[in-house]
Design a protein around this ligand. Structure first.
Ligand code: SF4
Length: 581
């Protein structure tokens, strides 16, 4: 069996550029895991940044591990990719987790590796298990019992402290290592931290880490591989975070404040990337919000790059970027209205107007894109049948302009921790299914393809994203990954749907508040009140200059460009209701 895995690994490695292989002797060994397939995992820039940062240390060897369901089902061992070592041989097993739905794969990998799944059952004879990434940053609690430590927020800066500690004390008694880890800001050690609901009035919370000087950690690909979602693309994170404040969006809050990479650095990284491939992928929560996006797109086009982007806003749209994408062969323009009516877009604070959206459709027609893809969500708080009808009316207008292929996603809204909608009920799956089917009927007549993600699985995502440590028991007791079985095991554990998916008491201490995200609950409550009145809220000013509104930016950061003298003071939100931006 090991032979089969080893052979597959060698075939994969043979196709890659940039692989780092080192002897394990005398080095700290790290098994860096992405709990999903190689195809998905290798498209994660976070994995590539971590791989390069660990291996930048001469006395550290870092090898990748991915989840292969077939291999696990066949009873094959879980081996690292580079040298096919069993993961249990590693000193540290580090997971980067992007999605709640990968929690099932984490548990499956622990089982496949033969490790006791719960941290309390492992001593220094077992690898130390750590995790990080957006999938555990905003609510680490469902996965907390599995890990010795969870990095809350952006790990680049704390990684150096961790490597230093591991080199000194990786074989120390586990309790001692836990204590040393818990002393590092931003490192959450669940074994030493009671759930927040069990802590008194002055709870011990873990501050979310964010990198102030992003230039120090080049956010670019380090391995080029054809068998991935982005097929050997050179990925570049051009900015981190988004200041737009869309109220449903986790990325808008997990990476606050918004920061961007300087144009010159991006062009230098692109030049280096173009030595390996002509295909460049620009990554950011809102690529077109980079303040120098037009210059960047034009320069990259002149450098001969073929461009792909992760997301595009249309308020305003970067015409040079869209032209550069089309000129380099892009066939699809992807736009995310998220909601069909102006009223609902104001509720979710997605500020694109219908005119701006239709102008983007006209641009796609003018540039002869072969497809437009719209991202919509269904089940937003306060959503009505009128909002759905306005969505269909919008598609009619788009169809009148754009004659070629139109596709749209109708993704269920899932309320997320540390967002203004964190207390909101999730629309029941049966209602979501009805709305999706109604949409399919309405726009199907316009030859518009609708991708309707499963509301039943979205409900499970909703439970995991607002769950607590009891869900670890549910994940452990699941014998098969199915919707029906999930709810069976929930029932066996005495857990009800509405405890996680119903209306949650606004202002109550919730499990995920073990994380101090930096955004004040006062700000979230204010944003929710504005949403109920279909009013927009504040968003981050350029460079976050002089803004203390949500609580994330401190004075040092907000006034860093103002030679120390505050140019404008804006204390945390006491905005008068009725303000409309
Ligand atoms: S304090 Fe202001 S600039 Fe900073 S993240 Fe919050 S809203 Fe944005």
């Amino acid at each position: 069996m090991t032979w089969n895995v080893r052979t597959r690994h060698q075939a994969t490695l043979a196709q890659e550029q940039g692989v780092i292989q080192k002897d394990w002797g005398g080095r700290l060994s790290v098994a860096l895991a992405f709990p999903n397939s190689y195809y998905v995992g290798m498209s994660s820039l976070a994995l590539q940044i971590l791989y390069r940062q660990f291996n930048a240390h001469a006395d550290v060897v870092c090898e990748r591990v991915f989840y292969d369901a077939e291999s696990a089902a066949a009873g094959e061992p879980l081996l690292t990719l580079e040298t096919s070592r069993h993961v249990s041989e590693a000193d540290v097993w580090a997971f980067t987790i992007s999605y709640e739905m990968d929690y099932f794969n984490v548990v499956a990998m622990l089982r496949q590796a033969g490790l006791p799944p719960l941290a309390r059952d492992r001593d220094e004879g077992w690898p130390l298990l750590i995790a990080g990434g957006p999938g555990v940053t905003m609510n680490p609690e469902p996965m907390a019992p599995f890990f010795d430590a969870i990095i809350i927020g952006e790990g680049e800066e704390v990684l150096e402290d961790l490597i230093e500690l591991f080199q000194q004390a990786i074989n120390a008694p586990r309790a001692k290592l836990w204590a040393d880890l818990a002393a590092i800001p931003g490192v959450y050690v669940p074994a030493l931290t009671p759930p927040i609901q069990e802590q008194g009035s002055r709870p011990q919370r873990v501050p979310r880490l964010w990198v102030r000087d992003l230039r120090r950690y080049p956010p670019v690909s380090s391995i080029y591989a054809p068998e991935t979602e982005f097929r050997g693309m050179h990925l570049m994170e051009i900015a981190r975070g988004c200041g737009r404040g869309c109220r449903f969006c986790l990325a808008g809050y997990v990476y606050r404040p918004p920061r961007e990479q300087p144009l010159q650095d991006l062009l230098a990284w692109a030049e280096a990337g173009l030595q390996h491939t002509s295909r460049l992928g620009l990554i950011s929560a809102a690529v077109s919000d980079h303040t120098q996006i037009d210059e960047l797109a034009t320069s990259l086009q002149e450098m001969g790059a073929s461009l792909s982007v992760s997301s595009m806003r249309v308020d305003p749209i970067s015409v040079p970027l869209v032209r550069a994408m089309r000129a380099s062969g892009a066939q699809t323009l992807t736009i995310a209205p998220e909601a069909g009516s102006r009223r609902l877009r104001d509720v979710i604070a997605k500020t694109q107007t219908e005119d701006q959206l239709l102008a983007a459709v006209e641009l796609a027609a003018e540039l002869d894109f072969s497809q437009i893809k719209f991202y919509f969500m269904v089940g937003h708080p306060t959503e009505t049948q009128e909002d759905m009808e306005e969505l269909v009316a919008f598609i009619h207008k788009a169809r009148a302009i754009f004659k070629r292929r139109i596709a749209m996603n109708a993704t269920p809204f899932v309320p997320k921790a540390h967002t203004p909608f964190q207390w909101m009920p999730m629309t029941p799956a049966r209602v979501l299914k009805k709305r999706q089917r109604w949409l399919q009927r309405q726009v199907g007549r316009l030859r518009v393809a609708v991708r309707a993600d499963s509301p039943s699985w979205a409900e499970i995502q909703g439970v995991l994203s607002r769950g607590d440590r009891r869900l670890a028991g549910v994940l452990l007791d699941m014998q098969e990954i199915s919707v029906r079985h999930f709810w069976q095991v929930m029932q066996q554990h005495g857990l009800e749907r509405d405890e996680f998916l119903g209306q949650l008491p606004v202002g109550r201490m919730m499990p995920w508040m073990i994380v101090e995200s930096g955004v004040s609950n006062q700000f979230f409550r204010y944003e929710w009140r504005q949403a109920q009145r279909s009013r927009l809220g504040p968003h981050c000013p350029p460079d976050s200059a002089g803004c203390l509104s949500c609580g994330v930016c401190d004075e040092d950061w907000a006034f860093r460009f103002s030679d120390g003298k505050p140019v404008r003071r804006s204390r945390p939100i006491k905005l008068s209701d009725g303000q409309r931006r």
